[in-house]
Design a protein around this ligand. Structure first.
Ligand code: 4LI
Ligand code: NI
Length: 187
């Protein structure tokens, strides 16, 4: 089981490296890692388990964050509708790639947090509002999906991890809350 002790923090070299693609058919190891990463997100979003295991809540976790330099990430974005238990988006992504994106940009109004960053870094992280994503799932099936707003931001944050990029690399140092016109602020 993955816990906070397995998650490496900023300063560790793996977080700044470009991760390697996985090969198919997936090894048992790569399948197991994907499962465990998703289990971590599920536990982190379960109030009881998060308390017991002392987990910080997360909606995305990338393999480099557990010190594995592979292009694997788990994403679990809960539904915005409190009456629905169908997540907004849930999958383990192998070799994900953004095929195209909107011109419109978006950012989270409250800024971004990261399980590998133990401090608050204030500021807007401007990303693409909509993306077309290609990835392979745990069964090796090729998926092509469109995401917008929050799930699109989360996936871009996780894909950044596969390229050695951390969210605060995108924050304007001089004016962290500077925004160009037309940027959608996700509240
Ligand atoms: C507990 C149980 C306020 C501050 C609001 C927590 C279940 C920040 C937001 C969660 C902020 C869940 C999140 C991300 C932000 C802030 C991630 C809480 C987990 C909100 C997810 C990857 C950036 C993703 C919205 C500095 C660990 N997640 N909040 N950013 N939630 N969560 N990111 N921003 N300000 N990070 O952090 O998983 S993309 Cl669902
Ligand atoms: Ni992160």
């Amino acid at each position: 089981m993955i816990t906070m002790d397995d998650i490496i923090r900023e300063g560790r070299p793996t977080l700044r490296k470009v991760a390697e693609e996985v090969t198919f058919p997936l090894s048992d190891e790569d399948k197991k890692l994907g499962k465990e990463m998703m289990e971590f997100l599920e536990n982190s979003q379960d109030p009881q388990k998060a308390e017991e295991l002392q987990l910080r809540g997360g909606v995305g976790l990338a393999a480099p964050q557990v010190d594995v330099g592979k292009r694997i990430t788990a994403v679990l974005v809960p539904s915005m509708d409190p009456d629905s238990d169908e997540p907004e988006f849930k999958d383990v992504l192998y070799n994900p790639k953004i095929l195209s994106h909107s011109v419109q940009q978006a950012c989270m109004g409250e800024g971004e947090g990261c399980l590998s960053v133990d401090r608050d870094v204030a500021g807007y992280v401007v990303r693409q509002a909509r993306i077309t994503l290609r990835y392979y799932n745990a069964e090796g099936e090729k998926k092509k999906i469109r995401l917008k707003n929050y799930p699109a931001v989360v996936v871009q944050h996780e894909l950044d991890h596969l390229n050695g990029v951390l969210f605060y690399d995108h924050i304007n140092e001089d004016n962290p809350f500077a925004l160009n016109e037309g940027v959608l602020v996700i509240e």
